[in-house]
Design a protein around this ligand. Sequence first.
Ligand SMILES: Nc1ncnc2c1ncn2[C@@H]1O[C@H](COP(=O)(O)OP(=O)(O)OP(=O)(O)O)[C@@H](O)[C@H]1O
Ligand SMILES: [Mg+2]
Length: 242
Amino acid sequence: MIEIKNVSKSYVKGKKSVDNLNLEIKDGEIFGFLGPNGAGKTTTIRMITGILDFLEGDILIDGKSIKKEPLEAKKCFGFVPDNPDMFLKLKGIEYLTFMADIYDIPNNLRKERIEKLTKKFAIYDDLNNQMQSYSHGMRQKIVICGALLADPKNWILDEPMTGLDPKSAFDLKEMMKEHAKANKTVFFSTHVLEVAEKLCDRVGIINKGKLVFVGTIAELKKKFKEEASLEKLFLEITEKED
Ligand SMILES: Nc1ncnc2c1ncn2[C@@H]1O[C@H](COP(=O)(O)OP(=O)(O)OP(=O)(O)O)[C@@H](O)[C@H]1O
Ligand SMILES: [Mg+2]
C-alpha cells in the first residue's frame, strides 16, 4: 500500500512540478499513472522512492514514511527507474548479486531466483557479459530482474514496458496480474493507454503537476463520455487544462 499525502515539489521557485498530490494505492491493486510528457510522473515516483526530497506532506509505503524511516520504507518496495543505463561496467550477474546483497537475500534463495527471473526474461545466457554490451531492452530486463529479486510487496515501475519485446512485455504484465492477485501492490507509469485499459484496476491522470482524475476506466468513461475511447478522453482531459 502506498499513501501520498499533500505532496508538492518545485525544482524551480514559483513552479510546482507536482502540486498538492493526494493518492492512495491499495493492496491487491494494479494502479496506472498516466499523463503527458513533463506532467510529473517521474517526479512523483522519485519522491515515493526517496530519491527526491520534498518539503510538504508525507509518503507512506506499507505505513512507513519515506521521510522519517527511509530504510524501513525502502525495504517494502522494488523500483524500476525510467532509465536502465546504470552500473554498466558490472556484469549482469555482478549487478544481480549486488542487488541480492543490498536486500539481504539468503544465498540459497538468490541463485534460484536469479535463474528463474533471468530465464523468464531470456537474459540468463548474457549474465557473464558486462551490462554496457547489452541492448536497451536487455538493460531494461536486468533492471526489472534486480528490482523483483527480493520479492518486494510493492512494485514501483516507471514506464517498465519501454523497450521490451512483445514476449517480455506480455510476461511482465502477467507477473503484475499475479502480484496483485496475491494482494500485493503494483504502481506503474505508462504512455500506453491500451495497457492501462486492459491491466489497471484504477488509473490516475496527472497534468502539469495536478491530479486531474483518479478511478477506474469505467468511471472515467462514465464521468466524461461513455462512448469515447480512452485515447480521446485522455487527450481531452489533458488538453483542457491549458
Ligand atoms: N531535475 C530537474 N530539474 C528541473 N526541472 C525538472 C527536473 N526534472 C523534471 N523537471 C521538470 O518537472 C516537470 C515534471 O517532469 P517529470 O520528469 O516528472 O515528468 P514525467 O511525467 O515523468 O514525463 P515523461 O512522460 O516525459 O517521462 C517537467 O516540467 C520537468 O521539466
Ligand atoms: Mg517520466
